[in-house]
Design a protein around this ligand. Structure first.
Ligand code: WT7
Length: 680
């Protein structure tokens, strides 16, 4: 076994994945096909490997360029790919200004408050233009920010979030939005890594009926950043209710500023969009990996925008007259690509919902869909499972009609898929199971909705221009239809892909390309297959079934968490000697983390200590990372060389066969832990 392979975790999601039976095809409704953007199967020929990379001109041409590019793909710095080189473009201009001539009165954003009695806000393209310009003036003239600077956003799901992002993009400022549910500490780590000196936040937001103090997290973040000898100079605070402060935490004189007050000075200001090179960085999106430190996926302006515009039009089938709702959070890549940049680039109306899908009851999404006449709906299996469990018959009570639905973020069980199709979609919608990652910018595998039949439980083939390949651990190709799982890779680069890990090119190369690189000195893209880190089985028809992560990542409710991050959070508790986390199957969340702890000598286990460890994880990372349980065990199962056997812990947590444990240094502990966890 090579050193590289040893990195692969012993209890991966792929290992606990259920191998669902192969399902029959379901064909898209004729009514969908009749209106679809792409109905001609020749799209796959246009985007074949023979036509690579020039095929992606089709996506670049959906955008408006200040200067047209001269080179489609520059591979001279492989594997850091450059797309549309020579081009000059502005993302804010493409998402707003260019739509004004024909569509200024059209709704760009429908903002739906979690509070159902509050009026839905309809922001036209003209209003978006005004608000983005005025906020850009604050960034430039009050904060002194310019193209190439980074800014951290820690905002909830409100219209001010895309306004802030688009204002940054207007000036070429690199935004780094941190998921609002992350803790102040997690936000601080990302501020430090990105090198931001300005933090943009909101005072409060609604979650499950509570108006939560969010400004509090900014104070924690700034204090934590100071410990790393970095300074946040300014904290800009949007108000959930303009003119009223909804947080308890006091504002810090000279550091914290209410956006609403600053705006008064900039009413009517217009800021020219800055023409940026296609390769300029548009934003950073932090994601978890195999080491404890989150990595900033660095996304480009031209390539990224072209890819999300193209896939929004072709895969999600968004037409200008559609009302499109993606229920993800903008704090994740799905929200960046498919709530903000993709839909706005093609002049759609996009819905932003502040709160929890099942609040105040599981009929809520269907009322929103009915009232706004939403016809494209995009969500994750975890939300579908929760809505199905709490309100299986709710969708039928409301008068809405989806033509297209998407699922993203984790594998979806065929039974859940079928409820989504029949109950939510009323059998009228085409479903796209879209498989991709933070690093990718946009979809990798999915059916093309009017061309390919759906297969519950399978994402589908590569979307046009994406050419997947499955390798075994030794680098042999696992052929389609072999029934064998392997590591799914992509043979070719594509415009939406991240450029590198922010300030860490070595990690970019080693984590995503080294394993199957055919020649590290090569400048040919053919020699650099991209390793996704997922295991998959590809059927003879080319449809991929994704089994989950093969590395030290746990995908909880579609949120990627690094096991090392969770373990080091637990280790911040002084009494903890060792921590090991494993994924365990969960009815709604897909998987959730189960935390095993061994204490330092002389310290005894208690309920309070377990709570303290759980709380430490919430403080360090956020509530989404809260473990199912903290098991304080007398000792960890270990190999003779002293390695913790996560495979054994994973089997115990999942009630599966622990296999042969006789070679362990302490086999008797397995019986003891099993008794503790399974009660037998
Ligand atoms: C990981 C990426 C960008 C999407 C949001 C999550 C898993 C994602 C699917 C799907 C099965 C999926 C993979 C992937 N995943 N979509 N349709 N079917 N698994 O982005 O946080 O970067 O997580 O999510 O394991 O590697 P992310």
């Amino acid at each position: 076994m090579s050193g590289k392979e040893k990195e692969v975790t012993e209890t991966s999601e792929a290992e606990i994945a259920v191998h669902w039976a192969e399902e029959d095809f379901i064909y898209p409704p004729a009514s969908f096909i009749a209106q679809a953007n792409v109905t001609d199967p020749s799209v796959y020929d246009r985007f074949s490997l023979e036509n690579f990379p020039n095929c992606f001109k089709e996506y670049a041409d959906l955008l408006t360029w200040y200067e047209y590019w001269h080179t489609t793909l520059d591979t001279s710095d492989a594997p850091c790919w450059k797309w549309f080189v020579g081009g000059k473009i502005n993302a804010s201009y493409n998402c707003i200004d260019r739509h004004l001539a024909k569509n200024k009165n059209k709704t760009a954003i429908h903002f739906v408050s979690e509070v159902e009695t509050e009026k839905i806000e309809h922001i036209t393209y003209q209003e978006l233009y005004v608000r983005v310009n005025e906020f850009a003036a604050i960034l430039r003239d009050f904060c002194g920010l310019k193209a190439g600077d980074t800014v951290t956003l820690h905002m909830p799901m409100v219209a001010e979030l895309p306004i802030t992002m688009l204002a940054c993009a207007r000036l070429g400022i690199i935004h780094s939005q941190v998921f609002g549910g992350f803790s102040g500490k997690a936000c601080a780590d990302r501020i430090v890594d990105s090198g931001s000196h300005v933090l943009i936040t909101m005072d409060a937001y609604y979650r499950s009926g509570q108006l939560i103090d969010h400004k509090e997290k900014a104070d924690t973040a700034v204090a934590e950043v100071a410990k790393e000898n970095q300074k946040v100079d300014k904290v800009l605070v949007w108000q959930r209710y303009p003119g009223k402060y909804s947080a308890q935490t006091p504002m810090v004189e000279g550091r914290d500023f209410f956006v609403n007050e600053l705006l008064k000075k900039y009413y009517g200001t217009r800021i020219d969009p800055v023409p940026m090179p296609a390769e300029a960085v548009l934003f950073l999106m932090y994601t978890s990996g195999t080491t404890g430190k989150p990595k900033g996926a660095q996304h480009s302006t031209g390539g990224y925008l072209a890819y999300v515009a193209g896939t929004s039009k072709y895969v999600q089938d968004i037409h200008p007259e559609d009302v499109y709702w993606c229920m993800a959070d903008i704090g994740w890549i799905t929200g960046h690509s498919y709530i903000v940049y993709g839909p706005l680039a093609i002049c759609a109306s996009t819905v932003i919902y502040e709160g929890v899908p099942t609040y105040p009851d599981p009929g809520r999404p269907w009322r929103i869909a009915q009232d706004l006449d939403v016809n494209i709906f995009h969500t994750a299996p975890t939300a579908i499972r929760a809505l199905r469990k709490l309100g299986p018959d709710e969708p039928a009570k409301y008068n809405y009609h989806f033509k297209h639905m998407t699922t993203v973020g984790e594998p979806i069980e065929p039974a859940v898929w079928k409820w989504y199709y029949h109950a939510v979609g009323k059998g009228e919608a085409a479903i796209c199971d879209t498989w991709w990652q933070t690093e990718n910018g946009g979809f990798l595998c999915s059916t093309m909705p009017a061309i390919k039949a759906m297969k519950p439980g399978s994402a589908g083939p590569g979307v046009p221009g994406i050419h997947p390949i499955v390798y075994d651990n030794d680098g042999n190709v696992v052929p389609d239809g072999s029934g064998k799982a392997g590591n799914i890779c992509i043979q070719n680069p594509w415009p939406g892909s991240f450029q590198t890990i922010w300030r860490d090119r070595d990690r970019y190369v080693s984590q995503y390309y080294e394993k199957y690189c055919k020649d590290p000195n090569s400048k040919r893209w053919q020699d650099w297959p991209y390793l996704t880190g997922d295991a998959a089985v590809v059927a003879a028809d080319g449809y991929a079934r994704i089994l989950g992560r093969i590395d030290d990542v746990i995908n909880v409710s579609g949120h990627r968490l690094g096991t090392k991050e969770l373990e080091s959070a637990a280790m911040t508790v002084a009494e903890v000697a060792e921590a090991a986390v494993v994924p365990v199957k969960h009815e709604i969340k897909g998987v959730e983390p189960d935390m095993y702890i061994a204490l330092k000598p002389g310290i005894s286990a208690s309920e309070e200590l377990a709570k303290k460890i759980s709380q430490a994880i919430v403080t360090e990372i956020g509530a989404i990372a809260r473990p199912r349980n903290v098991w304080i065990v007398p000792d960890m199962p270990k190999t003779r060389s002293g390695k913790i056997m996560r495979r054994v812990l994973g089997a115990i947590s999942n009630n599966t066969d622990v296999g042969d444990v006789m070679t362990l240094a302490n086999p008797e502990i397995v019986v003891e832990i099993t008794k503790m966890v399974q009660g037998k």
